[in-house]
Structures are given as structure tokens and as C-alpha cells.
Design a protein around this ligand. Structure first.
Ligand code: NAD
Length: 256
């Protein structure tokens, strides 16, 4: 379905971003990966699906590096048809204790990077009259949780940016939507599980169940594969008039 289309997924060397990149690759899209850590493993996983794959290591907190990444993707594959703004980090602390540098980093990586990548991707999408911008927000773009001020502020911002991007392009073939996962057992959440286990003297399984039990009625983690299929839907012909939604996949978290 996505043959001859190119998808750039930020923060796709791990977790949800890699899951979305693989789902788009299975539909035939060329993939531009981005993120830190092991690169060869994720590149091989995408290539094994028969997709063309490239990688750019832009630090998403740096506008100049985001510009270089977008120029690289265009040079490599012609243009970016599908942009998935996914890179994100977390820090957990009460507001009065929140390190200022962590606040700045979370706003830069989780929110401002989406603005930069979007503004740079839009002109080519508008010329082609086809484009998909998918912002990986969170249930924390819809509701709050204590000790996550920067993350919740950034994710609510991402949901707002999603709506404005959708509206400014509403009469075109360019859509923008947000995906709002509940708990997904990626390295980002594993750190929170480990911290809970250590703080409360629990086993890892007990800490996982406590985490789920506090927020997620299904008592199940959402998977990167499930989120990938939602991204595929947004890219499908049936998704052509889905504009500006913030779609939660959260085991009932926000229904409460
Ligand atoms: P993860 O830690 O597994 O992956 C994060 C990715 O972002 C990695 O590839 C990492 O290298 C990359 N990254 C981090 N800082 C970067 C930077 N400065 N520049 C470029 N890349 C950078 O985390 P994840 O859980 O897969 O999170 C992906 C997105 O999903 C984030 O936006 C996160 O907020 C969101 N999310 C996660 C959950 C969850 O439960 N895991 C829930 C809701 C939303």
C-alpha cells in the first residue's frame, strides 16, 4: 500500500518508533530511521522486511540537526511522504524538585522537535498534495499524572500542534493525527518499573502490575506492533479524511 512512499520516523532505534517503522516497512515504504544507541540492529530488522532503509543520527533537541536530517531524507529518497514525530524522553519528579535542564530537554525533544520536523516536511507534502504527519503523543496529551509536569505539558502541546497542523492543511491531501498510547513496555517505561520495584521493595512483575493497576483497566501493556497498525491506518485510503484526532490506545485509561 505504501510502495514508493518514504517514511521518516524520529526516535526509531527502539520501542514504539521502531514498531511503527516496521509496520510502515511491511506496507512497502522506504524508511529513514533516527535515534541513539544501536543502529545496525534496527536497520537490519527493516531491511529484512524488504524495505529500503537509511539512518540519520540527528539530536532532536537541536533545530540545526533536524534541518540536516530532513535535507538528508529528501536527498536520499526524493521527499518525506510520511513523518512520524515520535522521539521522546521522560523524567519523573515533583514540580518543586524538577531539574530545570530536564524540563528544557523534554520540551525540546518531545514538543519543539515536532514543530521543526513538521514545518520542514510540509512544503514537499503540499506540493505533492499527499502527506501524513503522525505525532506520537500519549494519554498524557489528554490527562495528567503527578510528577510528570514537563512530559504532560509537552504532550498536551503535541495534541494542540496536531490539531493546528490538520486544520491548516484540511483542504489538501495532507493529514495530521496523534496517537496516544497508554503504558507500552519499552525502555522508557522499564525505567519507571525498575524505579517502582526498587522504591517499594517489589519484584519486577509486582511493579508492572502495580503500574498497570493504577491507570490501565485492561491490565495489559499496549504493544509497538498495535501502535504500528494504527499508523498504517492513518496512512491508508480510509484514513484520508481523519484530521486532527488524538486517538488513544490505552486499555481504557482515559475512559475512566
Ligand atoms: P524508547 O526510550 O524506547 O525510545 C525513544 C527513542 O527516542 C529512542 O530511539 C531514542 O534513541 C530516541 N531519542 C531519545 N532522545 C533523542 C534525541 N534527543 N534525539 C533523537 N532521538 C532521541 O521510548 P518509547 O517508549 O518507544 O517512546 C517513544 C515515544 O512514545 C515517546 O514520544 C514517548 O513519549 C511516547 N510514549 C511512550 C509510552 C510508553 O508507555 N512507553 C506511552 C505513551 C507515549
Amino acid at each position: 500500500m505504501l510502495a514508493n512512499k518514504t517514511a521518516l520516523v524520529t526516535g526509531s532505534t527502539s520501542g514504539i518508533g521502531l514498531g511503527i517503522a516496521k509496520a510502515l516497512a511491511r506496507q512497502g515504504a522506504n524508511i529513514v530511521l533516527n535515534g541513539f544507541g544501536d543502529v545496525e540492529g534496527p536497520k537490519a530488522e527493516i531491511a529484512a522486511l524488504g524495505a529500503k532503509v537509511a539512518y540519520h543520527g540527528a539530536d532532536m533537541s537541536r533545530p540545526d540537526e533536524i534541518e540536516a536530517m530532513m535535507a538528508f531524507a529528501a536527498a536520499e529518497f526524493g521527499r518525506v511522504d510520511i513523518l512520524v514525530n515520535n522521539a521522546g524522553i521522560q523524567h519523573v519528579a515533583r514540580i518543586e524538585d524538577f531539574p530545570v535542564a530536564r524540563w528544557d530537554a523534554i520540551i525540546a525533544i518531545n514538543l519543539t522537535s515536532a514543530f521543526h520536523a513538521t514545518r520542514l516536511a510540509l512544503p514537499a507534502m503540499q506540493s505533492a498534495n499527499w502527506g501524513r504527519i503522525i505525532n506520537v503523543a500519549s494519554v498524557h496529551g489528554l490527562v495528567g499524572s503527578a510528577e510528570k509536569s514537563a512530559y504532560v505539558a509537552a504532550k498536551h502541546g503535541v495534541v494542540g500542534l496536531t490539531k493546528v497542523t490538520a486544520l491548516e492543511n484540511a483542504t489538501t491531501g495532507v493529514t495530521c493525527n496523534a496517537i496516544c498510547p497508554g503504558w507500552v513496555l519499552t525502555p522508557l517505561v522499564q525505567k519507571q518499573v525498575d524505579a517502582k520495584a526498587a522504591a517499594l521493595g517489589l519484584s519486577i512483575d509486582e511493579a508492572k502490575n502495580l503500574l498497570l493497576g493504577e491507570k490501565e483497566p485492561s491490565m495489559q501493556f499496549t504493544t509497538p506492533e498495535e501502535l504500528g497498525e494504527l499508523a498504517v491506518f492513518f496512512c491508508s485510503p480510509a484514513g484520508a479524511n481523519v484530521r486532527g484526532v488524538a486517538w488513544n490506545m490505552d486499555g481504557g485509561w482515559v475512559a475512566q
